[in-house]
Write a protein that binds this ligand. Structure first.
Ligand code: C2E
Ligand code: MG
Ligand code: MG
Ligand code: MG
Length: 282
């Protein structure tokens, strides 16, 4: 297997066959060096409240600005970072970088936005997550209520200590969302035992709306269950007006997707939010 070049992106990893050992090893070395050289960057994708149409938050998504290969998307390196454990320092970098952004948005006069970061199961296993969050919030002086974490269902199911950590995070005022909801195997009774705040409906269900009746049934079930359990729901991967209208009719709280915006670099994101919150002149 040879890495394929696709435009300026670079296939380090083929999800079908995984990375070969030698490829994985050189990738691990490259990732370690990239962390030292600060080649990672956060992009931000807006989250819109369907009731008001306002941008109420953003998801931080990591990008690798490779000096030769250009911008590399997470699917190309997160799997290797996960399997080598490098996701732990990388995840800590994400948290430490996210907090000052929240602060700078406030200082720039933007309305308070929630910022959500993705947290891997490895960050729960190795510990250090709470300390990283605490020190990052303290150093940048951000309000913990504006910080949210996204974990997948597998975190809740696979890791016995996860529930303790989640309760501790909740005590700190950090909101917890379940990412890619509906694709894993969570015991539904867990959702009420754990301090979960929001269900993030996986893109795979949203993508085929409105044509696929099964996906519509699943989406409807998630939104209905969410509201019955007093959990917020957000749909990701919303690309069309039609999808947005369906989700609004179902009573979904928030949406995130290309329909509004792709993930954006910080300066573009700030401009986007400003323009959106300025009422159009008539
Ligand atoms: P995710 O957390 O489920 O993030 C949503 C992904 O869906 C993002 O891909 C986003 O760009 C994409 N997306 C959002 N709206 C649309 C849409 O309307 N259409 C389409 N086609 N795609 C949409 P991205 O940024 O490539 O990230 C992929 C995955 O990599 C993330 O999925 C997450 O699992 C992981 N990831 C990204 N950043 C981090 C990070 O900082 N830490 C960890 N542990 N994982 C991360
Ligand atoms: Mg996510
Ligand atoms: Mg997701
Ligand atoms: Mg995902």
């Amino acid at each position: 297997y040879r890495a394929k070049e696709l435009g300026n992106s670079y296939a380090f990893y083929n999800p079908e066959i995984g990375a070969l050992p030698e490829r994985r090893f050189s990738m691990e070395r490259e990732l370690r060096r990239a962390l030292e050289r600060n080649e990672f960057e956060l992009f931000f994708q807006p989250q819109i409240d369907l009731a008001t149409g306002n941008c109420v938050g953003a998801e931080a998504l990591i990008r690798w600005r490779h000096p030769e290969k250009g911008l590399i998307l997470p699917d190309q390196f997160i799997p290797v970072a996960e399997s080598t454990g490098l996701i732990v320092p990388m995840g800590a970098w994400v948290i430490r970088s996210a907090c000052p952004h929240l602060k700078s948005w406030r200082e720039a006069g933007m309305a308070p936005l929630r910022l959500t970061v993705n947290v891997s199961v490895k960050q729960f296993e190795r510990g250090g997550l709470i300390q990283t969050l605490e020190s990052s919030m303290r150093e940048s002086g951000v309000d913990s209520r504006l910080l949210e974490i996204e974990v997948t269902e597998s975190v809740l199911m696979q890791h016995p200590m996860a529930s303790d950590t989640l309760r501790e995070l909740s005590r700190m005022g950090i909101l917890i969302s379940i990412d890619d909801f509906g694709t894993g195997y969570s015991s539904l009774s867990y959702l009420k035992k754990l301090p979960v705040y929001k269900l993030k409906i996986d893109r795979s269900f949203v993508t085929t709306l409105p044509v696929d009746p099964d996906m519509l049934a699943i989406t409807t079930a998630i939104v209905t269950m969410g509201s019955a359990l007093r959990l917020k729901t957000i749909a990701e991967g919303v690309e069309s007006r039609e999808q947005l209208d369906i989700l609004r009719r179902l009573g979904c709280d928030e949406i995130q997707g290309y329909y509004y915006s792709r993930p954006l670099p910080n300066d573009t994101f700030m401009t986007w939010v400003r323009e959106k919150s300025t009422p159009p002149r008539t």
